[in-house]
Design a protein around this ligand. Structure first.
Ligand SMILES: O=C(O)c1ccccc1N[C@@H]1O[C@H](COP(=O)(O)O)[C@@H](O)[C@H]1O
Length: 212
């Protein structure tokens, strides 16, 4: 069995958490972005995190959050990692990492090769890199749109940091994505839902099974 680590993002209920634990995913993601159908309050997230087993890494996804918002998040929710999914600069990533002492994963939206040009600066600032599809112009969400990109852009790339592949992954395509890109970690949100923001336990199980 290949040692692939799976992140299921956008959990909203104890049933979601149970499905993620049963499927043996490595990471559980919680979204803090009001425009998202997966958005959680701090109290909701705290309750979910406190109900989760210790071996599961709890990741908070924020979008261009300021210090006050991150301070409130850190005070309320015990976390293992921060996922910065906005337009944060490499300097901001390094600052957040130092301020909170938590591993930081920076998301990079990719549509073509030019989007990978600034990767080295981000890799030096972050603990992990998340490669996601770039959202369409005018999209409400910078991620979680169920869109993929041309995975061939990543073939043969040398990585300075651990990285995770995201964007339009599903139980049906994740094995191909892993084979083509060499990803050791994958992240999914829409692809394991029955409707926006509604996780499907059977799809979560099928996704992790296909990835492993
Ligand atoms: O899931 C969301 O609602 C979301 C909102 C804002 C930024 C990112 C979001 N999700 C992340 O997007 C990618 C890809 O998601 P999908 O599988 O294509 O739906 C993933 O990293 C999610 O963590």
């Amino acid at each position: 069995m290949a040692d692939i680590r799976v992140k299921i993002c956008g959990l909203r209920s104890l049933a979601d958490m149970d499905a993620v634990v049963a499927a043996r995913a490595a990471y559980a993601g919680f979204v803090f972005f009001p425009k998202s159908p997966r958005n959680l309050t701090l109290d909701q997230a705290r309750a979910l995190v406190l109900a989760s087993p210790p071996g599961l890494a709890k990741v908070a996804l924020t979008v261009d959050a300021d210090d006050a918002a991150l301070d409130a998040l850190m005070d309320a929710v015990p976390l293992d990692m921060l996922q910065l999914h906005g337009h944060e600069s490499a300097a901001r990533v390094a600052y957040v990492r130092a301020r909170y002492g938590l591993p930081v994963m920076k998301a990079i939206g990719v549509a073509d090769a030019s989007d990978l040009a600034g990767l080295t600066d981000y890799a030096l600032a972050a603990d992990q890199i998340l490669i996601d599809a770039k959202p369409p112009k005018g999209a409400d969400l910078p991620g979680g749109n169920g869109l993929s990109f041309d995975w061939r852009l990543l073939v043969g790339r040398k990585w300075l940091r651990p990285w995770m592949l995201a964007g339009g992954l599903t139980p049906d395509n994740v094995a191909d994505a892993i084979r083509l890109t060499g990803a050791r970690q994958v992240d999914v949100s829409s692809g394991v839902e029955s409707a926006p923001g509604v996780k499907d336990p059977a799809k979560i199980a099928a996704f992790v099974e296909a990835a492993l």
